[in-house]
Design a protein around this ligand. Structure first.
Ligand SMILES: [Zn+2]
Length: 655
């Protein structure tokens, strides 16, 4: 009931403050138990209520829940700030940290202590009063600058619309024309067509429009956002953001901003990120060049008398795709009935870990459509509860995600078992047809299911886990591999009406489609990631001219002129919205998940020893020990990049 949330949240904060007060006013010498453990247990009611509240408000919201959301968000962030900036609390934590040699701490305890302490330090708890004031000024200025940066990108994106005549539509498929009509209508022009520089609008146009001049025109607008010398120019703003972040890092005792951000991550340092990205870069650039040559050939065959420009890439890539990788969505869907895909994921987990999933009828759920399953060990022991919520509705957020109503921890020696939810927005059943989903949707189901297994198998003693940002996608992305393995497809991808297994030729097409345009995609992504890390590895005083920095750096590493970074400096929203020094993490996780999956490929997709080790070393431990150490314990060595390169077709396969 919505009306119970607010009183419960308020009471939760009162209790939480009382718990913190108790730690702070304790006269005894700070120990792990009376400080760190007490801190971990503080505000239990608030944690429970907000976990349930946010799981419900994302899955099935309504006016009263939305009102509470608006009321509650600033209260919670103030509550959290109050704790993180509480100097007496920090003094106690620091005392435990400095004297940890005197306590007999387990590895888990050492890990939580380290993360907690460093978290305070990165927030400036260790600074004297004057430096803390400087830090506050930096933070304030940064919050103004990053908002302005984002608003400028938005304004530049919204201020440009390219209206089209009927003949400009040549080459565009029906769906793209319909979207262009909608765009024109939203821009105030009925019975016309338009494209703008939002990705869902511009890229279908770049892919299909025959008119080369128009493609060039809109791409120039897209790539020039924030760099027009007008009131929305982001060059000066980004230069100042970079400068202040570098100065703040120095104040906090770090080499660079990237060093601060990466400290709690698997990568740990910008040098480690650069090493991995550089290795991938070297492999990807030649493949992009080969793709370019292939496209240039097609252009020539069609009589083109020009060299391809960046704005030509999507158009000719589509021609290349048609030639080599054509895959028709509607041929595939009949083999991907939702229930079959879900049962497939359940049997993969069963074959790997012995676990079972049985429907539970009488359990409260956020919406009547949501299904609930009890997850049990092979011997019947209860592990936890898994909710699955498949279809879109107005009250639900977009996309797909996995969340916790309750996460594993231990109270008075007793395990509190996890309650996990996975949410999707899949194609609904229509008419007589069951829900037939796409291959991407099937992969998404496996992805979120992987997050769910991670949460269900977790063995954390404490409430707080510290899952490294660049590791969080490993347990999910690795599951996607099973979704499209031929042997697994044979298990679950059966025609919804005939029950026939998916034909081998379609399986091959699914596999091949993963290789399309991967040189380009990897290069444009890496160029942006490298730019992000480079900008944020600058040491104070970091004074740059943004345009020449970008240009010199990218040409220095050999970016070909036919490709621009996926985001350029003046419209790289990630830099302003909390993903700074973090854009690399998608490919970082991909390298590790591909190499982890390789362990299964070496010994067998369902090898029991590898599966048991994966569960014990990774899924049970995630967030309770160093992510790199977990990986080393599982794999016996650091990840190799070859499995990722192979999966993207960036190196010749040996078998
Ligand atoms: Zn994920």
């Amino acid at each position: 009931m919505a009306k119970h949330y607010m009183p419960a949240i308020n009471e939760g904060m009162i209790q939480g403050r009382r718990d913190i007060e108790k730690i702070v006013s304790n006269k005894k010498t700070p120990t792990f138990e009376n400080t760190i453990e007490a801190y971990d247990n503080a505000g239990e009611l608030l944690k429970n209520v907000t976990a349930v509240f946010f799981a419900q408000s994302t899955a099935n919201t309504n006016d009263s829940l939305q009102k509470i959301e608006i009321e509650v968000s600033p209260l919670i962030s103030a509550y959290n700030d109050e704790i993180l900036l509480n100097p007496e609390l920090f003094r106690k934590v620091k005392s435990v940290y400095d004297n940890q040699g005197n306590f007999k701490l387990s590895n888990d305890q050492r890990f939580i202590l380290e993360n907690l302490y460093k978290g305070f330090v990165r927030n400036g708890a260790n600074l004297n009063k004057t430096d803390q004031d400087t830090l506050k000024d930096y933070n304030q200025r940064l919050s103004v600058l990053t908002v302005k940066y984002s608003q400028n990108v938005l304004a530049e994106t919204n201020n440009y619309t390219l209206f089209l005549n009927k003949e400009d539509l040549a080459g565009l498929p029906e769906s793209v024309i319909a979207a262009a009509a909608e765009t024109a209508k939203n821009a105030g022009k009925e019975d016309s067509w338009a494209v703008n520089t939002q990705r869902p609008s511009i890229f279908p146009f770049m892919t299909y429009a025959k008119n080369r001049d128009l493609r060039e025109q809109i791409y120039a607008a897209y790539a020039g956002r924030g760099n027009g010398g007008n009131e929305f120019d982001n060059n000066g703003i980004l230069a100042e953001i970079v400068k202040i972040r570098a100065a703040r890092a120095k104040l906090l005792g770090y080499k660079s901003h990237a060093d601060i951000i990466l400290e709690p991550r698997m990568a740990k340092t910008p040098e480690n990120v650069l090493k991995l990205l550089d290795n991938l870069w070297e492999k990807a650039i030649p493949v992009a060049k080969t793709e370019l040559a292939g496209m240039q050939k097609i252009a020539q065959k069609e009589g083109a008398r020009f060299n391809l420009e960046p704005s030509d890439w999507w158009y000719y890539a589509e021609k290349l795709r048609k030639e080599k990788y054509d895959l028709n969505d509607s041929d595939l869907r009949p083999y991907f009935k939702l229930e079959n895909v879900r049962e497939g994921a359940f049997s993969v987990a069963n074959k790997l870990f012995g676990v079972t999933f049985s429907p539970i009828a009488d359990l409260p759920r956020p919406h009547p459509d949501v299904e609930a399953f009890e997850v049990k060990e092979a011997d019947g022991t209860h592990i936890g509860v898994l909710y699955m919520d498949f279809f879109p509705r107005e009250s639900k957020q977009q996309g797909a995600w996995c969340g916790n109503y309750r996460s594993h921890h231990i109270v008075d020696g007793k395990s509190i078992t996890p309650v996990v939810t996975t949410c999707f927005n899949f194609t609904k059943p229509s008419g007589d047809l069951p829900a037939l989903i796409s291959v991407e949707e099937a992969s998404t189901l496996y992805h979120e299911f992987g997050h769910a297994l991670d949460a269900l198998f977790n063995k954390s003693t404490y409430n707080q886990t510290f899952i490294a940002w660049d590791f969080v996608e490993l347990p999910s992305q690795i599951m996607e591999h099973w979704a499209t393995e031929p042997d697994v497809l044979n298990m679950y991808a059966k025609h919804y009406s005939t029950g026939e297994s998916i034909p081998a030729e379609l399986v091959q097409k699914i596999r091949n489609s993963g290789y399309f345009n991967q040189g380009f995609e990897t290069v444009e992504y890496l160029a942006a990631s490298l730019l992000d890390i480079k900008l944020h590895s600058l040491t104070a005083p970091a004074i740059i001219d943004v345009q020449s920095f970008e240009k010199d750096y990218l040409s220095g590493i050999g970016l070909i002129p036919e490709i621009l970074p996926r985001y350029r400096s003046t419209y790289f929203l990630h830099i302003a919205t909390g993903y700074d020094s973090g854009y690399y993490s998608y490919i970082w996780a991909a390298v590790y998940d591909n190499d982890a999956f390789e362990a299964f490929k070496e010994k067998g997709l369902f090898d029991q020893t590898v599966a048991a080790s994966f569960r014990k070393n990774i899924l049970e431990r995630n967030g309770t020990m160093d992510a790199m150490q977990m990986f080393l314990n599982f794999r016996g060595r650091d990840a190799a990049i070859e499995p990722l390169l192979k999966s993207r077709g960036l190196i010749q396969k040996t078998n």
